[in-house]
Design a protein around this ligand. Structure first.
Ligand SMILES: [Zn+2]
Length: 316
């Protein structure tokens, strides 16, 4: 397959996923993309969700103030004597000041209450907006831009359909080590050969992205991956990524033992060192397999001698 040489831009980072969402103040359309004007009404009225919630919070608190003001006026009007007028006016004024202070303190918590209300109330509108966003992302001519837009949407909705689209787009690009790539958020529930290929590619250029969930995914579908065209390379690459940490070697010992023989020398050296330097841990079949591969392929290799002598000292 001819892969395109287009660089991916790093994702826009926000603390919370909802911060990616904006709402049009004019037509109530939601969007997760970074467009300047609303794609429905064309107005530049897109507000961040937090701003929308803050406005709603201020509005509902403003109603409380109006009510207090109204009650104060009524009690002044219906006061029988001048003394009552003064008492009502002072009470009203004090109440207003207290309300203003309390509201100022309560604004952040009222805002988050409004925010969750909006999410419940506008569920369908938000979903509609995100579907429109997805259409926009798919319609991009450039695969990298399309992927970038999808990544924004995927931060809000976690859905295998979108993940699969993202993986297909990623697989059409020439991936590079310096790109900000992701893996765990893209893991789908069922077996996906494109995803397996992507994992194999990351095992070569960015093995630090391969973590527990990926190991578990690969082990679950090991049989299916092994019959793929480059299935063995993928499995060996993932086993090579697992020898990164002692914890992974221990947790996925059986899987690694099935692929230890095909590991490149530097990865096998690492595995050999971990297993030999921790003779008391329960390696299961991995220990015997590591020794077997060592004796067959690396017994006379100078890089291995150092480790051997050190482990002998441990054994004594
Ligand atoms: Zn609009």
């Amino acid at each position: 397959m001819n892969k395109k040489n287009i660089v991916l831009r790093p994702p826009i980072k926000t603390k919370y996923a909802y911060e990616k969402l904006r709402c049009c103040n004019k037509c109530h359309n939601y969007t997760a993309l970074q467009e300047e004007n609303c794609s429905i009404c064309g107005k530049s009225a897109l507000l961040p969700m937090l701003e929308v919630a803050k406005r709603a919070a201020k509005r509902s608190m403003g109603n409380d103030l109006l009510l207090t003001l109204l009650l104060t006026l009524l009690s002044i009007i219906f006061s029988p004597t001048l003394q009552w007028v003064i008492i009502s006016a002072i009470t009203g004024a004090v109440l207003l000041v207290v309300f203003v202070i309390v509201h100022r303190i309560a604004l952040p918590s009222r805002t988050s209450i409004e925010l969750s209300k909006i999410f419940v109330r506008d569920r369908d509108r938000i979903a509609e907006g995100l579907l429109r966003n997805l259409d926009t992302a798919v319609a991009q001519e450039n695969e990298a831009r399309s992927y970038e837009l999808m990544r924004e949407i995927a931060a809000i909705i976690h859905d295998d359909h979108i993940r699969k689209l993202q993986i297909i787009l990623l697989q059409s690009l020439k991936l590079r080590k310096d790109m900000e790539l992701e893996l765990e958020p893209l893991l789908v529930k069922d077996f996906d050969p494109e995803l397996a290929d992507y994992i194999g590619e990351l095992a070569k250029i960015k093995r630090e992205l391969i973590k527990d969930h990926t190991f578990q995914y690969v082990i679950k579908y090991e049989a299916k991956i092994s019959v793929m065209e480059h299935g063995d390379d993928i499995l060996t690459g993932v086993a090579g990524a697992a020898v990164r940490m002692k914890r992974y070697v221990l947790a996925y010992a059986d899987f690694i033992s099935r692929h230890a023989r095909k590991l490149p020398k530097d990865r096998f050296l690492r595995l050999y060192r971990i297993v030999m330097e921790n003779p008391n841990l329960n390696w299961g079949a991995l220990k015997a397999e590591t020794v077997r591969v060592y004796e067959e392929k690396y017994q006379w290799d100078a890089d291995f001698q150092q480790i051997k002598s050190r482990s002998n000292i441990h054994d004594v």
